[in-house]
Write a protein of this length. Sequence first.
Length: 90
Amino acid sequence: MRVDIGRICVKIAGKDAGKYCIIVKNVDNNFVIITGPKKLTGIKRKKCNINHLKLLQEKLEIKENCDDIEILNIWEKSGLMTKFGLESKK
C-alpha cells in the first residue's frame, strides 16, 4: 500500500506507540520511512511497517526524504503543532 509523503500518523505499536510521526518515504508495499522529528515528538527517522501506523487525515507538504530541520519548520508554520499538543524540545 502506497501512502502519501507528508501524511501525519500515530504509531500504534512498539516503544513509540501513541506518538505522532510523518511519512517521509515509501520503501515498498509494507514499509515506509518515518520521522517525528525527534526534537518534536521523540521519534527518530526509521523504517516502519505501515500496519504499525494509524494514518490521519492531516498532511504536511514536504518533499520525499526531506530533512528533519525542514520538517520541523513546516510543522511550526502549519499550525498543526497546537492541534496535536506538540512542543519543540530545543
